[in-house]
Design a protein around this ligand. Structure first.
Ligand SMILES: N[C@@H](CCC(=O)N[C@@H](CS)C(=O)NCC(=O)O)C(=O)O
Length: 245
């Protein structure tokens, strides 16, 4: 999203991994809409981690920002990468909204933190809970956060902080756009769907309608990806719905 909004498509290519996580982690190619690694010609993402650091251990996660010139990983933390795309390339391409304006920095940090704890990560805590109590606590946090956002957006503002789109909107959108297709069913966050929350639902569609953003969302990949988590869905059946977001 940040790449598109900042007009960096010509400067930074995107390689989409196969949405079905294998026992070797993320794989390139072999699925509609997934890309081969034409740059390095590897099959699994972990091979790029090893190229970057032969001693590396741990999980090979996406996203990865890869430097073609030095042949290494610049960063693998989405929050950092969004900040980099916002300002680090402005000498080459200077366009798009400032996603992290100085005068909103403190508020952005505060909302990012609570959104992460209650919603972005809250849905995972609900989905991967190993006790009824942990699940119900996470479920409570998720819907309390959604209720708060629903009333925040009910005053007719366009984005979380008013007229200006910020990185916090990107961080919220990516969770909202997955909600009905993945978190409601697989992660048992099923008090209601996003469609049942009119202001939030309209907000999600407002962001989705921004120039180029719909092309960054692949509903089939979202469903195939989440429903291939074996621990939660051993049979691997992917639900047919929802028909639309
Ligand atoms: N802090 C990282 C976390 C990335 C992360 O956990 N990515 C997951 C997918 S959303 C992943 O690649 N998992 C691969 C695995 O667990 O093998 C970020 O948000 O950028």
């Amino acid at each position: 999203m940040a790449r598109t909004l900042k007009g960096l498509q010509e400067v930074i290519e995107v390689t989409v991994v196969n949405p079905r996580l294998t026992d070797q982690g993320w794989q390139f190619g072999g699925y509609p809409g997934a890309d081969e690694d034409t740059l390095n010609g590897v099959r699994y993402l972990h091979e790029l981690y090893t190229r970057a650091d032969p001693q590396v251990s741990g999980r090979a996660t996406v996203p990865v920002l890869w430097d073609k010139q030095t042949g290494t990983i610049v960063n693998n933390e989405s929050a950092d990468i969004v900040r980099m795309l916002n300002s680090a390339f402005s000498a080459i391409v200077d366009q798009g909204p400032n996603l992290y304006p100085d005068d909103l920095a403190a508020e952005i940090e505060a909302l990012n933190a609570s959104l992460y704890a209650n919603l972005n990560n809250g849905v995972y805590q609900a989905g991967f809970a190993s006790s009824q109590q942990a699940y119900e606590e996470a479920y409570g946090k998720v819907f309390a956060a959604l209720d708060e956002l629903e009333s925040r957006l009910a005053d007719g503002r366009l984005y979380l902080f008013g007229e200006r789109l910020t990185e916090t909107d990107l961080r919220l959108f990516v969770t909202l756009v997955r909600f009905d297709a993945a978190y409601h069913g697989l992660f048992k966050c099923n008090r209601n769907t996003l469609r049942d929350m009119p202001s939030l639902h309209a907000y999600m569609h407002r962001v989705l309608a921004l120039d180029g953003i719909a092309a960054t969302v692949n509903l089939d990949h979202i469903k195939a990806g989440y429903y291939s988590i074996k621990a939660l869905n051993p049979g691997g059946i992917v639900p047919a719905g929802p028909g639309k977001l």
